[in-house]
Design a binder for this molecule. Sequence first.
Ligand code: HEM
Length: 178
Amino acid sequence: MDNLVSLFLEILEEKRGRPGNDFLTYLIQTPGMTEAEYRDSIVTLFMAGHDTTAGALSSLIFYFASFPSYQTRARDEGLSILGPDSHPNIPDFEKMPFLKACIRESMCINSPSTATISRVSAETLHIGGYALPAGIPIVLNIHAVLHNSQTWKDPDAFNPERFISANSTDDGKWMPCA
Ligand code: HEM
């Protein structure tokens, strides 16, 4: 980890000498941050933020390639809202329920994170008939929650339609970001 963090700090130094129109430059230009805060932010960005986001996007592109009719439908929806040359923003995204459903379904089937960060309880916990002793690391298996056939119909099928119906993500079972 120390070696990896040293590498991140080298990248930060390099960016100081060669600023650009990118996240690291904005970070460096943020006033009032300590060196430790710069370091921790870059670690968060690379380790928590990069692979998860890249994995989510790669999976979505994979499923669009595998199911061209969904790709066409999402593209047509995007074009109908954005037109050929406008720049998308967050409120536009809310007007694209099918694209949103595809992203949710993709993150459900192939969630970028498969488990939560571990927690340790100070006391013995009793959950679902099991006793989890104090002091042991506990993780929640996100993949299992997202593939539970008791809560999802055909959990392994890519079916964005399941997220078109109202409230399908509001009941706590869609949790790729925990
Ligand atoms: C598709 C994108 C992402 C997914 C699927 C994802 C998933 C997760 C998951 C499953 C956790 C563990 C939550 C828990 O244990 O309760 C987590 C924690 C975290 N994520 Fe993400 N994440 C994503 C994007 C990002 C981005 C872009 C950033 C920052 C730039 C970020 C920063 C963090 C941080 C700082 C934590 C730790 C929070 C804590 O200590 O409580 N994540 N993320």
